[in-house]
Design a protein around this ligand. Structure first.
Ligand code: BG6
Length: 481
């Protein structure tokens, strides 16, 4: 199957940091279909050769294991082309179309790795020159809008030109192997599903913690914040995968229908519940792995009086028969104590104790990163004699070790899926809009609340109020137990 993959924003950070390395991995693993061409388009006037040299340099900044040798790069680079395009110029789109038509590949994937402000204009221009025919797919990179209205505007523009089945909205968390394993865990095994409900589960915690600060992205980040950057998309997508009903099949729409139902069942926020159930924070100077790091307000291109949140913790519920009353805690932040993405399912305690000592409820930890695995915490007897207290023990499954050779990175997986036309791991417009609808009252309440985010020291787990949020229900975050 021949394909042409076009990156709009071909010299941008996303392209060289994530997309090209992911494609190279697919190439190295022999997974990239034969007969592919990769076309980077951007404003600069340069040749294929110069672009390839530039990319080769950029690859030196990529994680060692993912860096090509010179020989590998030569082979990979043979697939790569460059084309100068001014995205505001209609005739440049015609030029692109002519270039693509000259080969007439089986599939054309147009990846918009540009600022989302350009999406509407690009889609209109693509439509105007007929680059929306059946063989074309468009991939849209987040952030998809800034709020519900802007997301709807982008979706309208996309819909005017492309069918929903041609639109691939990326949430790279859905490409992480551990997230796909969540589907396998729940719907490929009979073990957990009977317990996956309010009768057995006390609470669920989703943590997406980063050690990194905003780095050089201060200007972008300050207009975005943690709620838009991580909760509206990644954290909510994980929540839908955890809470959804079993889909009738493994088809994209069967899955996305169920995820949408979860988003629609989320308890809506009001100004009062935002004040009670949502904590926003902003990091101050502190220390990460023994090194001093500056506070958010001292980061490059961040206004000194910024009230942008770099941390969010919130409590919500899924209002349906399966989950009524079960708290779902979501938490994300920059400059936290660990780089740790995980979902913790805390089961209810045993109904009647017959063993001495404190008993700790069972817990399933779904680890997304840095490790990729599952840990089931149980209680057992060591066998040292009568009257012994139970001891916590873990069943630990490390997918990285178990499947070392077959693991495929998130962007690699998603790019290959986009080329193959598999929509399962992409977000449908109604899901995305519903997620914005749910998040908006929080944004509104914050806009009206002048108290701003709570400070927390870099290297901590965020403001103390985040612990209090969970403690109010009689629970605690996983690292506090
Ligand atoms: C991106 C956010 O979507 O996800 C970044 O814009 C964040 O701010 C990143 O750092 C985290 O992704 P990962 O895969 O490193 O956890």
């Amino acid at each position: 199957m021949s394909f042409d993959l076009v990156f709009f924003g071909g010299t941008g950070d996303l392209t060289w940091r994530k997309l090209m390395p992911a494609l190279f991995q697919a190439f190295r693993h022999g997974k990239l279909p034969e007969g592919g061409r990769i076309l980077a388009v951007a404003r600069d006037d340069q040749t294929d050769e110069r672009y390839r040299e530039w990319l080769k340099e950029r690859f030196r900044e990529v994680d060692g294991a993912k860096r090509p040798t010179d020989e590998e790069f030569e082979q990979f680079a043979a697939l790569i082309h460059y084309r100068r395009m001014d995205l505001a110029q209609a005739d440049h789109y015609q030029g692109l179309k002519d270039w693509l038509d000259a080969r007439n590949a089986d599939t054309v994937v147009l990846y918009l790795a540009t600022s989302p402000y350009l999406f509407t204009g690009i889609c209109q221009q693509l439509g105007a020159v007929g680059l929306n025919h059946d063989k074309v797919r468009v991939v849209l990179e987040k952030p998809l809008g800034h709020d519900l209205a802007s997301a709807q505007e982008i979706n309208r523009a996309v819909r005017c030109v492309f069918a929903e089945s041609q639109a691939f909205r990326i949430d790279h968390y859905l490409g992480k192997p551990s997230v796909q394993n969540l589907m396998a865990l729940r719907f490929g095994n009979a073990l957990f599903e009977p317990l996956w409900r309010r009768e057995s589960i006390a609470n669920i915690q989703i943590t997406l913690a980063e050690r990194l600060g905003v780095g050089t992205r201060g200007a972008f980040y300050d207009g975005t914040g943690a709620l838009r950057d991580m909760i509206q998309n990644h954290a909510l997508q994980l929540l839908t995968m955890i809470a959804m009903e079993p889909p009738s099949s493994n088809d994209a729409d069967a899955i996305r229908d169920e995820k949408l139902k979860v988003l629609r069942s989320l308890k809506p926020f009001t100004a009062e519940s935002v004040a009670r159930d949502v904590v926003r924070g902003q990091y101050r100077a502190g220390s990460i792995e023994g090194a001093s790091v500056p506070g958010y307000l001292d980061e490059v291109k961040v206004p000194a009086d910024s009230t942008c949140e770099t941390f969010v913790a919130l409590r919500t519920e899924v209002n349906n028969w399966r989950w009524a009353g079960v708290p779902f805690y979501l938490r994300t932040g920059k400059r936290l104590a660990e780089r740790d993405a995980q979902i913790v399912v805390n089961f209810r305690p045993v109904p009647h104790k017959i063993f001495p000592g404190a008993s700790q409820p069972n817990r399933l930890v779904i680890k997304l990163q840095p490790e990729d695995g599952l840990e089931l915490q149980l209680l057992a007897q060591k066998g040292t004699g009568h009257g012994e207290q139970l001891t916590p023990v873990s069943l630990d499954l490390d997918f990285d070790k178990a499947f070392a050779t077959q693991r495929v990175g998130a962007y690699e997986r998603l790019l290959l899926d986009a080329i193959a036309g598999r929509l399962n791991l992409f977000v449908r417009s109604d899901e995305q809009e519903q997620a914005w609808r749910w998040v908006e009252p929080i944004l509104d309440a914050w806009a009206a609340d002048t108290s701003g985010p709570r400070p927390y020291a870099a290297g901590s787990w965020g403001p103390a109020a985040a612990s209090a949020l969970v403690a109010r229900d009689g629970f605690s975050w996983a690292e506090e137990q």
